[in-house]
Design a protein around this ligand. Structure first.
Ligand SMILES: *Cc1c(COP(=O)(O)O)cnc(C)c1O
Length: 322
């Protein structure tokens, strides 16, 4: 593997000043019921309340803010299962940058509609047979667009790290932090903030059990590639970590855990019924993993990044109906 020069916490701080006043400083919520169930003090960083409904706005706005005038004029292209696309589309709209988004044909309707609503041109593809990265790269070459990948980019992961920075600033050091993991932009950025602000904190990435490439990679020391996993956690249906994200994760993360789709559904129900929050399946990975290892958490201060809330209401109802 080629190890690129990795971003540092200084890049997260720079990102924080670029997004200040544009991104929301999202609330930290707690639940007495949950604290009793787990026997710990649990703090949720609620990125479901971020602009466009997920933390992805942070990285996207940070990356686009750094474009040169020529890049701004030519435009941006992104490939994404949804939230990255929306983050790019909204950031580009705010900054006046033309946008093309490559999206899977079966992306949730709410995500496609929201992306188009921000003024982006949407190009769709079959996520089980076509290579979105190749499509994105071809568009970039043909039209002179700047390709911003969903996770493996220093400006993206540095921007994502601002959520954990805010969490530590608000609640102080934590004993444990649980973070959803797809391609690792959120986890690697979080790792930079964690090692700077709460170095002793035990940091876990959490993947869907059906797509545990990150766990395999972490444990083997090589980036493992898998087929697109079938899971309800559509924000974590990634096939592999990136060179930047894996470099940081391997150095700074304590372990990668998994959660099943059934556990994600239970967590969705808990958030809706007890905390009055609509959380998308991928956003539930952290809570699901914390519940799985609650015995280890007794008496501790535990952070959970609740990464997003974009789920069609019909889909939410279908998933939580049983
Ligand atoms: C993208 C996304 C993730 C995974 O983030 P990565 O940076 O790809 O690891 C988790 N949750 C939600 C809601 C997302 O949109």
């Amino acid at each position: 593997m080629n190890t690129p020069e990795l971003p540092t916490y200084a890049d997260v701080e720079a990102a924080a000043s670029r997004i200040a006043g544009v991104a929301h400083r999202t609330p930290v919520q707690t639940s007495r019921t949950l604290n009793e169930i787990i026997g710990a003090e649990v703090f949720f960083k609620c990125e479901n309340f971020q602009r466009m409904g997920a933390f992805k706005f942070r990285g996207a706005f940070n990356a686009l803010s750094k474009f040169s005038p020529a890049q701004r004029e030519a435009g941006v292209v992104a490939f994404s299962s949804g939230n990255h696309a929306q983050g790019i589309a909204l950031s580009a709209k705010i900054l006046g940058v033309p946008t093309t988004i490559v999206m899977p044909h079966d992306a949730p309707a709410s995500k496609v509609a929201a992306t188009k609503g921000y003024g982006a041109t949407v190009v769709s593809f079959d996520r089980y047979t076509e290579d979105r990265e190749a499509i994105g790269r071809r568009l970039a070459e043909e039209k002179g667009l700047t390709l911003i990948p969903p996770y493996d980019h220093p400006d993206i992961l540095s921007g994502q790290g601002t959520a954990a920075k805010e969490l530590f600033e608000e609640v102080g050091a934590l004993d444990y932090l649980f973070v959803p993991l797809g391609g690792g932009g959120l986890l690697s950025g979080t790792a930079l903030s964690t090692r700077a602000l709460a170095p002793q904190c035990v940091l876990y990435g959490v993947e869907p059990e059906a797509g545990n490439d990150g766990q395999q990679s972490f444990r083997s020391g090589e980036i493992v590639h898998i087929d697109t996993p079938k899971t309800i956690a559509d924000g974590a249906q990634t096939q592999h970590l990136g060179n930047y994200t894996f470099g940081i994760i391997r150095r700074d993360v304590d372990d990668i855990l998994t959660a099943t789709d059934a556990e994600l559904v239970s967590a969705m129900k808990f958030f809706a019924s007890r905390m009055k929050m609509l959380v998308e399946p991928t956003g539930c990975l952290g809570l699901a993993a914390a519940l799985n290892r609650k015995d280890a958490l007794t008496g501790k201060r535990v952070g959970v990044i609740l990464s997003g809330g974009n789920v069609d209401l019909e889909r939410f109802c279908a998933l939580t109906a049983e």
